[in-house]
Design a protein around this ligand. Sequence first.
Ligand code: GTP
Length: 562
Amino acid sequence: MMSPQVLPALSGVGVALAVMLGAGLAPPDSWGPAGASALGAGLLAAFAMRCHLKAEVTRRQLEAAELAARIDGLHAAGAIGRVGDEEQTPERACPLRQIEHASHHLALLRQVAEGVYGVEALFDRRCRLNWISPSIERLTGYSPSDCLSAEEAISFLVHESDRRYCMRVADQVLSGGGQHDFEMRLVRRDGSFGWVACHWRPVIGEDGEIEGLRMSAEDIQGRKEAEYKLLETVAELRRAQALREHYLSRSNDERQRLAALLNVIRLGILFIDHDHRVLYFNRAMLEIWGFPPDENLIGMRDVVLQSKVGALLEEPESFFAHVQAIVGARVAVSDRHEQRFRDGRIVTDISAVVEGGQGRRGIGRVWIYEDVTEQRRIAAQLVSLAERDPLTNLYNRRRFHEELERLLAEAERHGVQVGLVAIDLDGFKPINDRFGHQAGDEVLIGLAEGVGRIVRRNEMFFRLGGDEFGVLVPDTNERELSELAGRLVDGVDALKFEFCGETVGVTASIGIALYPAHGRDGEALMAAADEAMYRSKSGGRNQWSVAHPKNNLAAPLNTGSR
Ligand SMILES: Nc1nc2c(ncn2[C@@H]2O[C@H](COP(=O)(O)OP(=O)(O)OP(=O)(O)O)[C@@H](O)[C@H]2O)c(=O)[nH]1
């Protein structure tokens, strides 16, 4: 801080300078040739005042202030007379002493003027540089003489980008436009430039007229660089912000697209976070679990969610246990699990741990639900088409072979016998011929139902094609088979159908064969049963026959009829 004595001290400097000029002494070297005389004492007094008002407080300024204080001390002691002082001092009475004092004070003022830290410059009314402080060299590398000898100091010192504005401001100030502060660049000797904050003000003469210009400039290069850096940082932050917003917007778009996609798929998706709370669900999930479409499950605990859906399930406890087992054991990817709903739906679930970011920490678990009711129905339909006869809904020849092989394998393992009953209708073709194919179909359907009532639960009944049927009997013997064959012959014979007012019926020729006595594999057993069935046909139809033992095909005919 400048000491309180400094102001009066510097004003003393101004007065002293005026005295010096009034005495016709030469100005300091750096002043222009016309400088001091042109501007006069008032101008220099104004300059001295501005030195302490604008320049930074530096060591030199403090020294100058001290010197000025001493000068004021001299005033106080009556050693120096002020211009216009009424009283005459002893020195005034002696011109030689006066000149000595003025010369001494001029030297002091010179020190002050040359020691200012900022740049001070004086221009005349035509904007010609009259004086500039030596500090210009520190800022630009140009000496005051370089500047003074330049044809146009402003063009010489001011960066071309700021030149026009600077000149305009100078013109304004000179034409009574008051003071102006602005920042501009000074050109350095090495071609670079440095920023200064400058203050332009008019220098008013004693007659109140503008006599010239005074420019005080302060080096703000450091501040400007800091500002640039700040601006760059701000720009970088803005870029980063813009980038972040761009990514955020892209991520939002992405999320919207994903949400739209997830909402149209028929898989129910539920994401439970690390705290066992619902983080995401899609529309299908609400549908599958019977929630209204506008239900908001976000934040709901998984156990609460379970309690809400338990009533829908046929076996809620088993479902909860299944979920608990997966969650408790932190199963990475669970197997597909199926649960039946009370309304007949079948829903599968599968779940997986969702890994987090770089640490790959599990951030939750996703559950995917699928209503497979329709799939299961179609699959069952396909299976049925593949293994059942569409007319009678009996198992077909394909399934017959599968079951035959299975029973033979089991029989071999358990050392039991398997019975095969081959049935062929007698006189079926004439029904077709007389009453049409539809009538024949009705007979086939009626026969399937009639025989279906005769065979036992463990006996499997097949339509092998046309009017051929078969029955497989696990773990049986010849006696049981013969009894079954008898019941079948009687049962078929008892079936009656009405076509065109006429009652018609069919009979059956049956052959029975036993594993392993009549054949050790399916093919052999079927051949044996067929052979027995043909014997029944050739024996007069409407009867059953037992196949010959495999090692003795010439055995006596063993037939049965009702
Ligand atoms: N309506 C109807 N007829 C069928 C079907 N499949 C086969 N057929 C007929 O069933 C008849 C079987 O012929 P056969 O076994 O010679 O007839 P059958 O009169 O019983 O002769 P035998 O066995 O010698 O007594 C043929 O006319 C086939 O066209 C069917 O799904 N529906």
